[in-house]
Design a protein around this ligand. Structure first.
Ligand SMILES: [Zn+2]
Length: 236
């Protein structure tokens, strides 16, 4: 019977919908994983830049400590030759000032060393996570590939069966069905026991409903939404 074949066809179409959704979901898994990895790489790169900046600052501080020490040293040489008391006092003060400056620079340098160490440890952790993710992505891609190819095989088998079943459905019924599918997607064939389209809720006038009831098993088209309804008997 054409109606039974249509039901079969519809079940196959819904199965195909489901298979395609599952294929999409598999691809989506890879996309999400890859996005996550990309975010982590971006974060890691930012951290690397931070570390570079810190290392430049360290180098600058080291240089300025060296320079200050050189100045201190040359003043200490100079002071040995000074006989004028005033000059001696000025140089002593200057040297003391440089010592204080060196101390404060060294303090800052120590803090930078600590910051560099922390950044390096943090970065190492991030690098490891990224390597794990990269390994995970390879594994996931393989897993997804296997699943997708199995799903696609099912799609192809189901589509072949669908093609065979479609041949047994009367062409005008098939075209009404396909139009409804195109328009709404998803379920477009409903078994009904009560007056009312399960797709859009339309209730038909009583005389029309009586006509449907006299032809149980014959699909009729909802005049509002175009979905197909089949009367299957009184509600139990
Ligand atoms: Zn309807």
């Amino acid at each position: 019977m054409s109606q039974e074949q249509l039901s079969r066809l519809h079940a196959l179409d819904l199965e195909l919908d489901d298979l395609k959704r599952r294929v999409d979901a598999e691809h989506q898994r890879t996309v999400q994983f890859r996005n996550n990895l990309t975010l982590r790489i971006k974060d890691r790169d930012q951290r690397r830049e931070c570390l570079k900046t810190l290392q430049v600052e360290v180098r600058k501080l080291e240089l300025s400590i060296e320079e200050t020490k050189t100045r201190q040293h040359s003043l200490e040489q100079k002071i040995l030759r000074v006989v004028n008391a005033r000059e001696l006092e000025a140089l002593t003060r200057e040297i003391a000032g440089l010592k204080t400056e060196i101390e404060s620079l060294e303090e800052r340098l120590l803090a930078k060393y600590e910051a560099v160490e922390q950044h390096e440890a943090n970065l190492a952790g991030k690098e490891k996570t990224i390597r794990d993710y990269e390994g995970g992505l390879v594994k996931l891609a393989e897993e997804v590939k296997t699943r997708v190819s199995s799903l696609e095989e099912q799609v192809s088998v189901t589509a072949t069966v669908r093609g065979e079943v479609a041949k047994n459905v009367m062409s005008d019924l098939l075209s009404r069905y396909e139009k409804a599918r195109e328009r709404h997607g998803g379920q477009v064939l409903f078994e009904v026991r009560e007056n009312g389209c399960e797709g859009c809720g339309l209730v038909v006038p009583g005389f029309e409903w009586n006509r449907f009831k006299q032809n149980p098993g014959t699909p009729y088209e909802c005049s509002n939404c175009g979905r197909l309804l089949v009367y299957v008997g009184e509600p139990s």
